[in-house]
Design a protein around this ligand. Sequence first.
Ligand code: SF4
Length: 493
Amino acid sequence: MNSLLIYPEWPDTYWSFKHALPFEGKRSAYPPLGLLTVASMLPKHWQKKLVDTNVRPLTDADLEWADVALLSGMLVHKQDLLAILARCRARGLRTVIGGPVTSSVEELPLHADHVVIGEAEDLIADLAADLERGTAKPVYRARELPGLDTTPLPDLSLISPKYYSAMAIQYSRGCPFTCEFCDIIEIYGRKPRTKSPAQVVTELDQLYQSKWRGSVFIVDDNFIGNKKKVKELLPVLRDWNVQHQRPFTFFTEASVNLADDADLLQMMKDAGFTRVFLGIETPVEASLKEAQKLQNTRRSLMESVRRVQTYGMEVMAGFIVGFDNDPEDVFDKQVEFIQESAIPLAMVGLLLALPGTQLYRRLMKEGRIVDEGRGDNMDLRLNFIPRMNAERLVEGYRSILRRIYHPDAYYERVRRFLAQYRPTHHRPRSLSDYLALGRSILKQGVLGEARASYWKFFLQAATRYRHAFDTAITLAIMGYHFQTLTRVVCDAE
Ligand code: SF4
């Protein structure tokens, strides 16, 4: 059986990093880890090919070769997934779709021959056997959340790591918190399930043997969901990294209570973590309570961010506007917080009621759901009726983006961050770092619209902040992505 695994194209969102990738000469931010893992679950005698459409186009020859197409993605990929499914079906190619999108979009059985809902570990063997017999069912639904002890190594032979900005591994699934808008807890549950330290080491060994050096994204939605277990993992990660002369730096996502645990912070620093994404959402306490994000309440969020930063980790954070309790001046409050906290990469989105979440169910009961949404929290088409006037909300949202990604405000934030940042893990510069620097100078310093702001920042990075010059240039390049995206959103109808 010739199986063609297809990953859809990322739309232009924060997490795509599309406008920053050309600086590094990369084509995509991360490889499609879920599909690579599913590939390892397919029968050994199947032929496998993977097309990540972020890296290269899907060709007719690919489709001609295949006996079955296996697609995966998230709600944000829906349009591209539907287009690929239509293309496959027009050629009579059998299609299977899985991934988080199948938990959010009910109509998928109309577009794909077989839909896999839930985690793949317990389903793929039956699906593959049924496909071989020609008896595959329209829907395969996972009955329970599998342990991760049987999750195989992703099949890295199907990709070229050189096209990606970072490699990815997964340590855990699930999160113990109850944020109302979150679909993670609905899909992966509230009891974090983890891999063993030995499994993680095997994945690192595989990445190392594939000659990867550089960033590794631990894709968990909340890396510290089970603190006891993660504290068993981190010394192992540190030892592995040290024994191999620190080939990897790590970044991940975590809940804000990370800031409360000095041991954990120190362990992450020692292991080689250089960046962490925190879900801050809003400085408005009433909105945090409404969102059941209680772990962010009764604390100084500003102080929490600072504490994480003092451990040599850059804080990247998510922010949301559109809660029922947001006051009229929420937009100013968000801007003030972001500037003051020195979070260079602030991902501000509009509240989105994702299908299957507590929020979606509540708003549905209140008669406020408009549609299922597009999974992109930068999309200005709200999928629910907000408490605040919708036009005011969207305009206020745009005003946040305009203000925080104005080059002067952005560089000011980065300067504040660099002033107290003490990087602990220096990676030797590679050719791609020098190329990125050259492209940054050309695109931002020579051809860019904000040349004066760029050069002022550049000179300070080379003098006052030379201890973190590489980080400064990376952040200048990331800023380009966010500034470009901001223009797209602000110019949209
Ligand atoms: S902390 Fe993050 S992953 Fe956990 S429930 Fe809240 S939003 Fe979801």
